[in-house]
Design a protein around this ligand. Sequence first.
Ligand SMILES: [Zn+2]
Length: 85
Amino acid sequence: MNNIPQFLAHLPIWNDGPMKEPTFKKAVFQNLYAPKSNRGPKKKTKIEKICPQCGKAFYVVPSQAHRVTCSVSCKNMYRKKQVNV
Ligand SMILES: [Zn+2]
């Protein structure tokens, strides 16, 4: 005994029923996780600074924004210079 009348059985809704959920979940999953993974490396902002000791441009992360020189040796030299002056 077929409960679905023939004119309804031909409608696409019967085929979409089981297909819709996984497709929807996949779309949600991609929307949730794709932007996050794209954001990660791109959002790393760096601050450009010029080393007063060697004149080189260098980049620091915001947490190191207080850094003045590009390296430890430049830092030591720079400090010595300031003490002497
Ligand atoms: Zn330097």
